[in-house]
Design a protein around this ligand. Structure first.
Ligand code: NCD
Ligand code: ZN
Length: 433
């Protein structure tokens, strides 16, 4: 057997099971999975877990336009320390990612700063050129059905019907912020309870119903951050729709004492919603877990509640919090891997997310016995706060991006090497565009 560039040994998650194996890497791809392998560099992790690295399919890196909150450098450093080697960035930046020029501009910024691989969503607005956005490298499309940070909401699905038909034709997924603007209450807010009153559960269920009834054939719709318990039976009745849940909607609720720091869209809801989401995650009704990493500064969050912007950071705590749930036996390891690795890769067409031949060798090494307390001052996002302060998390011991070790024992060790996922696939000739 020829020598590998890199061999990573440990208790590997392969074909849905843990087994003591060697992962052999050449040119950044997995080319062998065997009991024994020889390599130029061998990393032996003993009985620690060797898992596919996480994909965070919903982040807001604020770059360009609000780099005082985050940028692709700090945001990707935060991702890396949390075991995330691929981030999919949302279009509500400034300028918004709704034109090919803005998309390419953001891609060149990200390529010059990102430590991890990235994909860029394009935003749907009336008249936007979906075909051009797709051929310019959009990893998927994002539709806002209600107002939130960035003001990209459309007035109705009818107003973008042609654009949605073009998305269906592109074969790419349409990620939707599903809140019905018409059911929002616009009253003043001074607490998380008021924020929930203004964006009630019906806001979400009504938006999901409208999507179900939109009748755009072949559209691959993905519902972002599902938060209301009544949405779950609706989703079960829509087998062609995929869905996402965030750690904050699973672990926090309106009674969490967070004030403006807990203000987010859709809102933190009631305990009953949280429990229903948890059960749906276990049962597989919800496909993926993503952070909706939406950093805002401490100063902004401490403003009068009514003026504080909505959004919670979380790219670095996504995998650690979910691994803690695995350790505490709330979800099986296989559900973790499908929720943050396999299904995001399937939905957005990424050559990552599984330890199998020809996939990118994106790997995280985890010691399930090593829980630590989450502390904002140990995280790497520019926004420097977390709503999960002092909760337990399991942070990865090592992270590899395409076979290259990037993080070890909490320290960045590899040089910046982030690439755009769609462009790379195009150059290999296997992209949908
Ligand atoms: C997001 C942000 O700040 O960009 N905020 C949020 O509350 N989730 C926008 C969004 O996704 O709604
Ligand atoms: Zn978001």
């Amino acid at each position: 057997m020829e020598k590998m560039d890199v061999v990573i040994k440990g208790k590997c998650f392969v074909d849905g099971q843990l087994a003591q194996r060697c992962i052999g890497v050449k040119d950044g791809r997995i080319v062998a999975v065997r009991a024994d392998l020889d390599g130029e560099r061998v990393f032996d992790y003993g009985h620690k877990l060797v898992l596919p690295a996480a994909i965070d399919a919903h982040v807001h890196m604020r770059d360009p336009g609000a780099t005082h909150k985050e940028d692709f450098g700090t945001g990707s450093l935060s991702a890396l320390h949390g075991g995330v080697t691929c981030i999919l960035d949302m279009p509500n930046s400034d300028p918004p990612t709704t034109t090919a020029a803005a998309l390419r501009e953001k891609a060149s910024i990200a390529a010059s700063k990102s430590l991890v691989d990235f994909g860029l969503f394009a935003g749907i607005t009336p008249g936007c050129d979906v075909e051009l956005l797709s051929s310019s490298g959009a990893v998927g499309f994002k539709l806002y059905m209600a107002g939130t940070t960035g003001n990209l909401q459309v007035s109705s699905l009818e107003a973008v019907r042609e654009e949605l038909e073009a998305v269906a034709a592109s074969g790419k997924a349409l990620a939707v912020h599903a809140e019905d603007e018409g059911l929002r209450i616009k009253g003043a807010e001074s607490s998380l309870g008021d924020h929930l009153r203004n964006r009630p559960n019906e806001c979400e269920t009504s938006a999901i119903r409208k999507l179900g009834e939109s009748g755009v054939g072949g559209l691959r719709t993905h519902i972002c951050h599902v938060s209301a318990k009544e949405s779950l039976p609706l989703l079960e009745g829509m087998p062609n729709i995929t869905s996402e849940v965030t750690p904050h909607h699973l672990l926090l609720d309106m009674d969490s004492k967070l004030e403006g720091f807990g203000k987010v869209n859709p809102p933190l809801r009631r305990r009953g919603d949280r429990q229903a989401l948890f059960n749906a995650l276990k049962e597989g009704t919800l496909d993926i877990i993503a952070s909706d990493h939406a950093p805002h500064t401490t100063e902004e969050k401490e403003e009068d509640f009514d003026f504080a912007p909505s959004g919670i950071p979380g790219v670095e705590t996504l995998a650690p919090l979910m691994l803690q749930l695995v350790r505490d036996k709330h979800i099986p390891l296989s559900r973790f891997v499908s929720g943050v690795c396999e299904r995001p890769a399937d939905i957005f067409g990424l050559n990552k997310g599984r330890l199998e031949l020809q996939r990118d060798a994106d790997i995280m090494v985890v010691d399930m016995m090593d829980s630590t307390e989450i502390r904002a001052d140990r995280l790497h996002s520019k926004c420097a706060w977390t709503p999960y302060e002092r909760l337990s998390g399991i942070f990865p011991k090592a992270v590899f991006l395409r076979g290259k070790i990037m993080m070890e024992d909490g320290t960045q060790v590899g040089e910046r090497a982030g690439r755009e996922v769609v462009e790379r696939e195009k150059s290999r000739g296997i992209a949908g565009d």
